[in-house]
Structure formats: C-alpha cells, structure tokens
Design a protein around this ligand. Structure first.
Ligand code: ATP
Ligand code: MG
Length: 164
C-alpha cells in the first residue's frame, strides 16, 4: 500500500525517543521535498526501520548522532539511509553481516542482546519489495567512522506505471 515516508521515519524515531534521550544520542530526519509515498507493506517496512535504528542505537556510544534520510532515486525508487557515528563494523565482517545469526565479535555483541537475525530479515523484506540494501562501515584499526545502511524501495509512481 502507499505509505508516507515521513510518517514511517517519524513513527520509528518516536518509538526510540526515550532510549535516544537516555543515551544522549541526537536523531535527525532529513527528507527530500516532494518525495512520493513508498509502495510497501508498511508493517514489514516498520520492522526493517525498527531493526536498523535499534542497531544504530545499540552500537553508538553516548553523545553520538543518527541520521535518517530519504530521497528519490531515478527509476521511481526511494532511497533510505540510516547512518550512525557508532563503533562501526570491521572490514572482515562486512561480507557476512547479512547472514542469519551473524554477529560481529561475540564478546562485543554479547552484552547487547539480540540474535543476529535483524539484518537478514531486513534484507529479505527489502528484496521482496524489489529493492536492494547495502551496508558501509569504514572501520580501520582504531578509528570509529560509524555505519551507514542504504536501501531502496519502490515509490507509488512505479506502481502506477506498472499498471498501464
Ligand atoms: P537482532 O537484530 O536479531 O536483535 P542483532 O542486532 O545482533 O540482533 P543484526 O541486526 O542482524 O543482529 O546485526 C548483526 C550484527 O551486525 C550485530 O550483532 C552487530 O555486530 C553488527 N551491527 C549491525 N548494525 C550495526 C551498527 N549500526 N553498528 C555497528 N555494528 C552493527
Ligand atoms: Mg539488530
């Protein structure tokens, strides 16, 4: 169904507002003007955003920043970006990060809770909508560059054209 991108992002940001405040993490919503609605299963998309934002909060130290961004991409797609200033993901783990139950460094993740399913489910849902998802993290020994997850979803305009 058609879903407002702004609503999708605001609902998730509001859900985590208490945790964000507790960790003193600032969250910014950046929406391109005139963005069309997304053509998605909103419950499924909420699950994707919920996991990405909860990951961003889990792996970002107090005082950090999270950006939720959405913009149009040629071909009637909408791109979403969830960016954090957190601990990042080592290069050697990037390839496997979307696998079920895969978690970086058990010692690091153990205290955080979770099963390692969130990203694999997110990828399944995005792919079921015809979109793609990728994760970038620039962790080199010692420096913390944070993580960016980018995924695409069809806009309603795509659906309208498919009907003709
Ligand atoms: P679940 O989502 O099932 O509660 P989880 O968050 O551990 O558990 P995923 O969401 O699949 O599982 O993430 C897999 C692993 O990727 C995490 O355990 C963590 O090591 C790493 N990771 C995911 N997102 C980030 C991030 N934003 N910053 C740093 N590491 C991350
Ligand atoms: Mg998760």
């Amino acid at each position: 169904q058609a879903a407002s991108v702004e609503d999708m992002l605001e609902i998730v940001a509001d859900r985590f507002s208490f945790q964000l405040q507790q960790k003193d993490i600032d969250i910014a919503l950046i929406l391109e003007d005139g963005l069309p609605d997304a053509y998605v299963d909103s419950d499924a998309m909420d699950q994707v955003l919920d996991n990405l934002v909860s990951n961003a909060i889990k792996y970002t130290p107090a005082g950090g920043q999270i950006r939720l961004e959405a913009y149009a991409v040629p071909g009637d797609w909408i791109a979403f970006k969830v960016q954090d200033t957190g601990v990042g993901i080592p290069k050697k783990d990037l390839e496997r990060i979307f696998e079920r139950f895969y978690r970086v460094d058990k010692a690091r993740s153990r205290d955080m809770g979770g099963t390692g399913l969130g990203l694999s489910i997110a990828r399944e849902i995005v792919r079921a909508h015809g979109g793609t998802i990728r994760l970038e993290s620039g962790l080199e020994a010692g420096d913390q560059q944070g993580t960016t997850v980018t995924f695409t979803l069809p806009s309603v305009e795509k659906e309208v054209k498919n009907r003709v």
